[in-house]
Design a protein around this ligand. Sequence first.
Ligand SMILES: [Zn+2]
Length: 353
Amino acid sequence: MSGEATSHRQTYDHAPFLRPLAVLSAAMGRELTQVQGPGGNTSLKHEGVLWVKASGTDLADAVETPIFVPVDLETARNAILADEDRPIPALDTQEAEGMRPSIECSLHALMPHRVVLHNHDVNVIVWAARADAKATLGAAMAGLNWAFVPYARPGLPLTRAVRAVLDTSRPDILVLGNHGLVVGGETPEAAAAHLDRVRERLEIEPRTVAGPDHDRLHALCEGTRFAPAAMAAAHLTALDEAALHVAAGGVLYPDHVVFLGPDLAVLPQDGEGGLEEIEARLVAVPGAGVLIEKSVPEAAQAMAACLGLVSIRFPQDVDTRYLNADDIAALLGWDAEKYRQELARRKAAAMQG
Ligand SMILES: [Zn+2]
């Protein structure tokens, strides 16, 4: 404990006011149901400077490593008002060297609160990926100072969507459609209190399932480019019929596409040895578990776990709002028309095979 306290003191010698936020951020980052891999970000505004999580860093490391990069708040807000589609630069300081602000930096600049927390809570994602998200959330969140922001791609489109909401209201809580949660408060404790309140309202009991069939998964993978998913939660997707149904139906939230691509392949029940023809990076083996391409980065393992945690909570017989072809193409940096052609090609190939 004292070791952690010492290093944490040294980590933020240049900005001691960040210490309470660092502790809170690390706690958030260690909860797989809130943050998966490099997802989620936190920030604090201090004397005209927005300190926001740097791109590619993990919240879980916040105590041991300086993860916050300083940005001039007025510059950031002016860029937003000018509707500029370019990254907001970090301040030219020694601490900021080699760091870039998170792509979601503008979200933090826009929120008027001193402290802003953003996570990809799996419970929130379930509510926010329902076709009737706004109406059902309206009932579940009654009495809280909150607003719903329809899905928009992280970056300028999301900035615009959040701006539209904040132009006419001052919510402490934003539920981002097909994405996650944003809360603001004057202190880390106040912001965390909003987070806890939302979690209480929106917590969903996951369905219980039998464990994965490791022997079968290992046997299937032999000699292929796949391996059983590394994190236990990832297998949930294939161990429950309703979970598999919702996960195989489309893409639920943007980070999934970024790290795992748009496709989840489902191995047919008699599909022994059919892995070679599969183009997807993620394969569900119904009743056995989930396989993942061996070459994927660690963050992709966390995203596979996220899908398991979301899909095992997704209610049965509820309509889903999946990302559409344009949303997915934009996330992949593809031309939308090219992506539609690719989809048609894959569909034809699947029908032949
Ligand atoms: Zn996000």
